[in-house]
Ligand binder design. Structure first.
Ligand code: 13P
Ligand code: SF4
Length: 355
């Protein structure tokens, strides 16, 4: 549906009044009505890098989800206020790994006598205290666009290194197996809801990758059967998916990569080509609208928006900006100094990797 013209006018007016004082970042899964006001758009990695691009901006309005706004706060100066227009914009995957649960897993690894060998790697989609845990234990953060180089780095850190990867088991498995050439048997799954993660000390000792039992509720829905159906329906269709999809889906796909990769692949695709894309629906619809010369369909029969990304809508965006115009900072995301220090170590290790 078209945006409310009054709200569009108000957003434009507030943004103009704030001028250089405000910097608006937008993740690719944001609604059209919001993304059109972003100064910079990107995937999680690009937005983490770009957050620090405007050190003079007093306010960073983050159109994305909570863990991204936390990372932006960590990577920007303390006088810059990071604002999340709706505090309800969380991430169900990030919520699947809590600090207390991760500490329990670490204890079990110590008891099994392998903690010394383990490098903890957290996906960007995690809370700041989890990133800080990784910072404290010589670990690192990764995103879907650099998971391969981060895992390679992690395995090079110690002799007989093992990786504890959280919260997304699918990204961890897809990267370990399809990019690093490991076998499925090298991976075990730690279930935080089972005693000892559901794993014996022998299993922990034998594993190379200990995957946290977490997943994305949006990407986890795509199924290998739909890929078969679409291939039968659309001759020559290419299947392009995000690595948060299940392993069976990624195995059947033609190409896999982060949202930036998905966008650049479609931009470079020849006119007349056909694509079925397995990622969040706002992005797929936008790509289809921007490339009418290519056939672009969604890799699912049902509607599949990320409900928390969608919470940032035009009314919330306008409210956040107009509050700033009135001198009131609303919904500020602030990570405490100690957590920030260690989370930054883990984030910086990622940002310092080449490529
Ligand atoms: P990227 O931004 O790394 O592609 O990740 C997708 C995602 O699910 C963000 O929440
Ligand atoms: Fe979290 Fe998945 Fe939504 Fe990304 S798409 S914010 S991983 S629930």
């Amino acid at each position: 549906a078209a945006s409310d013209p009054d709200l569009v006018k108000r957003a434009l007016a507030a943004k103009e009044k704030l001028g250089e004082r405000v910097f608006v970042l937008g993740h690719h899964y944001q609604r059209d009505e919001v993304i059109e006001f972003a100064d910079v758009t990107g995937d999680s990695f690009k937005l983490a890098r770009d957050a620090a691009a405007r050190p003079d901006a007093e306010y960073i309005v983050f159109c994305g989800v909570h863990f991204m706004a936390e990372s932006a706060d960590i990577l920007t100066s303390p006088d810059q206020a990071v604002i999340l227009p709706d505090l309800g914009a969380g991430c169900s995957m990030a919520d699947m790994a809590r600090l207390g649960q991760v500490e329990k897993a670490w204890e079990a690894l110590s008891e099994a006598g392998v903690a010394e060998q383990v490098v903890p790697v957290t996906y960007m989609n995690s809370s700041a205290d989890i990133k800080a845990f990784c910072g404290r234990h010589d670990g690192v953060v990764c995103t879907s666009s650099n998971a391969q180089s981060v895992l390679e780095w992690a395995f090079a850190q110690k002799e007989d290194a093992k990786v504890l990867f959280f919260p997304d088991q699918h990204l961890g498995r897809n990267t370990a197996v399809l990019k690093l050439g490991m076998s499925l048997d090298d991976c075990v799954v730690w279930d935080p809801h089972k005693p000892d993660g559901g794993l014996s000390a022998e299993e922990l000792r034998a594993a190379k990758v200990i995957l946290w039992k977490g997943h994305c509720s949006v990407h986890g829905r795509f199924s290998p059967d739909t890929i078969d159906d679409l291939r039968a329906e659309i001759p020559g269709v290419q299947i392009l998916v995000h690595p948060e999809c299940q392993h069976e889906v990624v195995l059947k796909a033609d190409l896999v990569g982060s949202t930036e990769f998905i966008i650049s692949t479609i931009e470079a695709a020849p006119a007349g080509s056909s694509w079925a894309i397995g990622t969040e629906l706002n992005l797929v619809k936008r790509l289809a609208a921007a490339h009418p010369d290519k056939r672009i369909v969604f890799l699912d029969r049902t509607v599949c928006y990320c409900s928390t990304m969608n919470r940032i809508d035009l009314p919330h965006f306008v409210w956040a900006l107009e509050s700033l115009v009135e001198g009131q900072v609303v919904n500020r995301i602030e990570v405490d100094a100690d957590t920030e220090h260690y989370a930054k170590l883990a984030l910086q290790r990622m940002l310092d990797l080449p490529g």
